[in-house]
Write a new protein. Structure first.
Length: 273
């Protein structure tokens, strides 16, 4: 394809992605009350929210600015539009770059894209299910006599940062396996770096969690280390499959007996057309 055709295809795919995002954002703005109820649910399950609801009669978040509710509605619509339209713009992005890849590279790219989408979604769902425990600690750490009334803007910032932090952190196995397939991070190195990886995961979890409370820290660090151990198991299985495949190739046993400075065997038989 000529450069102009590439640019035309890029324009069309960007247009489709923008249209999908706009539709999802408009639908989210129309259903903003239902979206707020879903986002508010982790706060309403905390002990502080239950105490406040005894006074107010219901679980409420508070706005301290006349334009805060409208600004938050736009922000929620934007975030929901990006997340809901993710399958569309990810597909458009993949469809734009895959023609330049070989067949096996396309298969790997599709696998990595699919795994990334599943892991990111798993991270956000896991964060949503555990976020109330961290909120309980943060809202009650001051002790008795202090009742926190969170504004809707600060609470939404906390929730969205936590969801995105967990979603991005759960992409860790994709990065590790990608480096393993490239040979940059072999399985033997993965096993020998266990202690250092524990420290690295702890530091990354402390940086990525927006509140640094102990429960949220452990909720991120423990699954990440579990994923690292799963990566080691998958790396060992991949190494075993590679050795089996090479064992049936012509001259593979001879190549294993050769030293680093010896000339490898050359198969002079003609290949099939």
């Amino acid at each position: 394809m000529a450069l102009v055709e590439h640019l035309r295809e890029l324009r069309n795919r960007l247009g489709i992605s923008l249209l999908a995002f706009t539709v999802c954002a408009v639908v989210a703005f129309i259903l903003r009350e239902q979206v707020f109820e879903v986002l508010k649910r982790p706060y309403c399950t905390t002990d502080v929210a239950r105490q406040a609801s005894l006074v107010a009669g219901e679980c409420n978040l508070y706005a301290f600015d006349p334009f805060e509710q409208f600004a938050v509605s736009l922000r929620v619509s934007f975030i929901a539009g990006v997340l809901a339209s993710a399958p569309v713009w990810l597909y458009q992005f993949g469809a734009f770059i895959t023609p330049a890849l070989h067949r096996h590279e396309r298969r790997y790219a599709a696998g990595f894209f699919g795994a990334s989408l599943v892991l990111f979604t798993t991270g956000t769902v896991f964060a949503y299910l555990t976020i109330s425990r961290g909120l309980d600690f943060l809202l009650s750490v001051g002790g008795e006599g202090i009742l926190t009334l969170p504004s809707i803007r600060s609470y939404l910032s906390f929730v969205t940062l936590t969801l995105f932090a967990f979603g991005i952190a759960f992409l860790f196995p994709v990065v590790v396996l990608f480096l393993n397939m490239l040979g940059v991070f072999p399985t033997s190195m993965m096993r020998s770096w266990r202690r250092g990886m524990i420290v690295g995961i702890a530091v990354a979890s402390a940086v990525l969690t927006p509140t640094q409370d102990p429960f949220t820290f452990l909720a991120m660090a423990l699954p990440l280390y579990g994923q690292y151990e799963i990566c080691i198991v998958l790396g060992r299985l991949r190494d075993r499959a590679t050795r089996r495949r090479r064992a049936v190739e012509p001259g593979a046993q001879e190549l294993e007996r050769l030293g680093d400075d010896e000339t490898s065997l050359v198969d002079e038989r003609p290949s099939a057309l």
